[in-house]
Design a protein around this ligand. Structure first.
Ligand SMILES: Nc1nc2c(ncn2[C@@H]2O[C@H](COP(=O)(O)OP(=O)(O)OP(=O)(O)O)[C@@H](O)[C@H]2O)c(=O)[nH]1
Ligand SMILES: [Mg+2]
Length: 359
C-alpha cells in the first residue's frame, strides 16, 4: 500500500477553492463547463470560470462594505456629538448597488435556460399528432403513436440541440374534457408542464374544426412564447386559414403547417421557426455576467431585500441608522456566502458531491 487512493468527487476543484485559487462561484462553474449542453452554455461557464461573475460580485461587495464602514464610523461620531448624517450620497450608492443586483437577478431566466436547457412543450387536443411531431423532430420513434385519441397518458421528454441551445422537448397528454381518472391526471400534468415551459407549441388538426378547448388552450399559452402548428396538412382542410385565424381573433395568430408522418421539409421548417424564436426570445447574451444557479439567485434576492429595506429606512425623516447598518451587514454576509469567503462545510459538501470523480 503506497497510500494512494481514489479521488473523491470534486476533490481537485475543492482543493483549488481551499487554496484560494478559485472562489466558490468559479468552482461551481467547473461543473457547468463539464455539463455544458450547448456552445453558449459552454461560453458562459468558461467566462465564469475565468471570474467574470466573481469579479462583479466582489466589486459589489466591496462597494457595500465601504458604505457599511462609513456608516459605522458615523454612528460612533453621532453618538458622541449628536450630529445628523447627510444620507443622500449613501442613498444614491445603495440605489446603484440595488440596480446592479436587480440586473443580475434579471439574467437568471436565461442563465438557468443555458445551464438546464430550454423547456419546450407540445400541447393540443387528443389525436392531433403531438407525439408524431415529437418523433419527427427527434428523427426517431420516441413516443407511441396510434390512431386512438388519448394514447399519450404522461409526459415524454427528450433533449435536442437547436440553434446552439440545449432544448428539452416534451410531448404531453392531449387536453380534453377528461373521461376517466387516469386521463384527468394526464391533463393536470400537461397543465403543469405548460406553466413551467419556456416555449409552447400548440398543435391542431387540419381535418378538425377548432373548438372551445382549442380556445381555452390558446388562452393559457398566449402570454408566453409560442408557435401554433396545424398538423395533417396532407389531408384536406375543414376550415380555411382565414377562418381558423378568425376563430382565435382578436389575436393576430399565424400557423405553421406540417405533415408529421410524411414530410421532412415541413419538419425542417418547423425547426427553423423554433430556432428563430429561440434567437428572438432568449439569445440576448451581451457577454455581461450572468446568474445561472438557484443558490446564487436566492442569495442575491436576500441582498436585494436588505438593500430595499435599507433604502426605505434611509427615506424616513429620522432614519434609524443602526437598523440600516444591520441590513447592510446581512447583505455583506450574503455576498461572502456567494463567493465562498464565508465558509460553510455542509454547503461545500453539497456542491462538490455533484461533481464527477477526478475533477
Ligand atoms: N395523415 C396524417 N396523419 C397523421 C399525421 N400526424 C399524425 N397522424 C396520425 O394521427 C394519429 C394520432 O397521432 P399521435 O401522434 O398519436 O397524436 P397525439 O396528438 O400524440 O395523440 P394523443 O397522445 O392521443 O393526445 C395517428 O394515427 C397518426 O398516425 C399527419 O401529419 N398526417
Ligand atoms: Mg400522443
Amino acid at each position: 500500500d503506497q497510500g494512494a487512493r481514489l479521488a473523491e468527487p470534486g476533490e481537485f476543484t475543492r482543493r483549488a477553492f481551499l487554496n484560494g485559487r478559485l472562489d466558490l462561484v468559479q468552482a461551481e462553474s467547473v461543473a457547468d463547463v463539464i455539463a455544458a449542453g450547448s456552445e453558449e452554455a459552454l461560453q458562459v461557464a468558461v467566462r465564469q470560470l475565468a471570474g467574470s461573475l466573481s469579479t462583479e460580485l466582489t466589486d459589489l461587495e466591496q462597494r457595500l462594505s465601504r458604505q457599511l464602514a462609513a456608516l459605522e464610523v458615523e454612528l460612533d461620531l453621532l453618538e458622541e456629538e449628536g450630529l445628523s448624517l447627510a444620507t443622500s450620497r449613501m442613498t444614491a450608492e445603495l440605489e446603484s448597488l440595488r440596480d446592479k443586483v436587480n440586473q443580475l437577478l434579471d439574467s437568471y431566466r436565461e442563465g438557468r435556460m443555458l445551464v438546464e436547457g430550454l423547456r419546450v412543450v407540445l400541447v393540443g387536443r387528443p389525436n392531433v399528432g403531438k407525439s408524431s411531431l415529437l418523433n419527427a423532430l427527434l428523427g426517431r420513434e420516441r413516443a407511441i403513436v396510434t390512431e386512438i385519441p388519448g394514447t399519450t397518458r404522461d409526459v415524454v421528454s427528450e433533449r435536442l440541440a437547436l440553434g446552439g441551445m440545449s432544448v428539452e422537448i416534451a410531448d404531453t397528454a392531449g387536453i380534453c374534457r377528461p373521461a376517466d381518472p387516469v386521463e384527468k391526471l394526464g391533463v393536470a400534468r400537461t397543465d403543469e408542464w405548460m406553466q413551467r415551459a419556456d416555449m409552447v407549441i400548440m398543435v391542431m388538426d387540419n381535418t378538425q374544426e377548432p373548438t372551445g378547448e382549442d380556445r381555452e388552450i390558446y388562452r393559457r399559452l398566449s402570454s408566453r412564447p409560442h408557435l401554433l402548428v396545424v398538423n395533417k396538412k396532407d389531408l384536406p382542410p375543414v376550415v380555411t386559414e382565414q377562418e381558423r385565424r378568425e376563430f382565435f381573433a382578436p389575436a393576430a395568430v399565424s400557423f405553421v403547417y406540417t405533415a408529421a408522418r410524411r414530410n421532412q421539409s415541413d419538419i425542417r421548417e418547423l425547426k427553423e421557426k423554433l430556432r428563430e424564436m429561440i434567437d428572438r426570445e432568449f439569445k440576448k447574451f451581451s457577454g455581461a455576467p450572468m446568474v445561472c444557479h438557484l443558490r446564487h439567485k436566492l442569495l442575491l434576492e436576500d441582498i436585494q431585500g436588505c438593500l430595499e429595506r435599507s433604502l426605505r429606512l434611509l427615506a424616513g425623516s429620522r432614519p434609524l441608522l443602526d437598523m440600516v447598518a444591520e441590513e447592510l451587514g446581512q447583505a455583506r454576509l450574503a455576498f461572502l456566502e456567494l463567493t465562498g469567503r464565508r465558509r460553510d462545510e455542509d454547503l461545500l459538501d453539497t456542491i462538490f458531491a455533484n461533481f464527477c470523480v477526478g475533477k
